[in-house]
Design a protein around this ligand. Sequence first.
Ligand SMILES: O=C[C@H](O)COP(=O)(O)O
Length: 245
Amino acid sequence: MTGWLASVADRAEIPLILPAGPDILDLKDPAAGALGAWAVDDIAATVRELAALPDRPRLSATIGDHPMRPDAVEPAARWIAATGVDFVKIGFAPDGAPDRCIDALAPLAADGVQLVAVLFADLWPPDPGCLPIDRLASAGFRGAMLDTAGKRHGLRHHWHDAQLSSFVCCARAHGLLTGLAGSLRAADIPALSALSPDYLGFRGALCGGERTAGIDPQAAARIAAAMTGSSGATPPPRPSQPSRS
Ligand SMILES: O=C[C@H](O)COP(=O)(O)O
């Protein structure tokens, strides 16, 4: 069954999205770039706040947009991992030294940190054979997600569904969790759910179209309903809300 991920820009958005029941709450500041990072203190506070929630969503956090250099990427990932978040998301582009960055992160994965690679579908060729999936698996990454760095066009503008399906199959065959995102809309959900990724990721669609606008609870409810309709699943129980600070 395909789950869904919701990106939230700050702590104030969390009570707005929780009623929609995302499987993964993704702490990411869209105003600060494709993988804009939250302040570490805010991530750590959110980890603490949500720990007490029954059936809480898992938490992912992005490390920010960095050049593909091990000395930039590895310390940022280590810093975010120290917050205790469930998944640390790291962006990979073909320019620079993505392979060396992946290798530099292997010790973190060996320490038990669940790393998720975000591969930018508008920067890599639309062929899973060109992606470093083998290397990610060997380095101990937990997952690989296709997303877009630019937000003008959606994921399916850059990769056809057959190519996305190959990505899902290839990453899964390597034992990785698989995710698809990139300006996805409710209309994309049936076709992409049919490819059986582990999750679909959303931000813009939760804000009524503009990803730097705040979460719109009604738009979020529409995405939740579309996800439930596609999976045939029972809606998840409504979690209680964390205290605001
Ligand atoms: O991780 C998922 C992204 O936040 C998706 O954002 P987007 O729907 O605005 O492309």
